[in-house]
Design a protein around this ligand. Structure first.
Ligand SMILES: [Fe+2]
Length: 199
């Protein structure tokens, strides 16, 4: 199978009280698994079977919408689990903090703009911190789309589909986004992707 569902990199109850065991069980075991299973079915018999997730996402964009939806969501969720950790959040590591100062007007402005991108994404989608032409940018995308298909490399993303927050926050998406940035972000993983993106 081309797509495989990874284990969560922490226990299901490790992100409480900001993201519950119940949310992670549904989100990982049901939603992400469905993207993997459906994506694999749609890949059967195509010339994209066996390619990398990134290649499949880019190749299916605007050519095979059903495959793109599932491949995009698989890619997004592979990273999403790693974009969080227990006792996360706080200030970004020094090199990244400096880049945020230069390109995005400082951490506080970044935080406000990132939350606003998530709040402002109408319906399901994602808010992103991405590297484009050597600069950091904040983006938002609908459904399973991501910055890869817009010529940039995502280094942080937050899922604003209701399945990511409705159990814990009901309709309070801004509260979920604030908790994500202040208490969940795994900045070491963001820094690693930043290093790879600029290499
Ligand atoms: Fe999701």
């Amino acid at each position: 199978m081309t797509f495989t569902l990874p284990e969560l990199p922490y226990a299901y109850d490790a992100l409480g009280p900001y993201m519950s065991k119940e949310t992670l069980e549904f989100h990982h075991d049901k939603h992400h698994k469905a993207y993997v299973d459906t994506g694999n079915k749609l890949l059967e018999g195509t010339d994209l079977a066996g390619k990398s997730v990134e290649e499949i996402v880019k190749a299916s964009y605007n050519t095979n919408q059903a495959l793109f939806n599932n491949a995009g969501q698989h890619y997004n969720h592979l990273h999403f689990w790693n974009w969080m950790k227990p006792n996360g959040g706080g200030q970004p590591p020094a090199a990244l903090a400096q880049k945020i100062d230069e390109d995005l007007g400082g951490y506080e402005k970044f935080k406000a703009d990132f939350i606003q991108a998530g709040v402002g994404q109408f319906g399901s989608g994602w808010a992103w911190l991405a590297v484009k032409d050597g600069k950091l940018a904040i983006l938002k995308t609908p459904n399973g789309e991501n910055p890869l298909v817009h010529g940039s490399t995502p280094i942080l993303g937050v899922d604003v589909w209701e399945h990511s927050y409705y159990i814990d926050y009901r309709n309070r998406r801004p509260d979920y986004l604030k908790a994500f940035i202040e208490n969940l972000v795994n900045w070491e993983y963001v820094e690693k992707l930043y290093g790879e993106a600029k290499a």
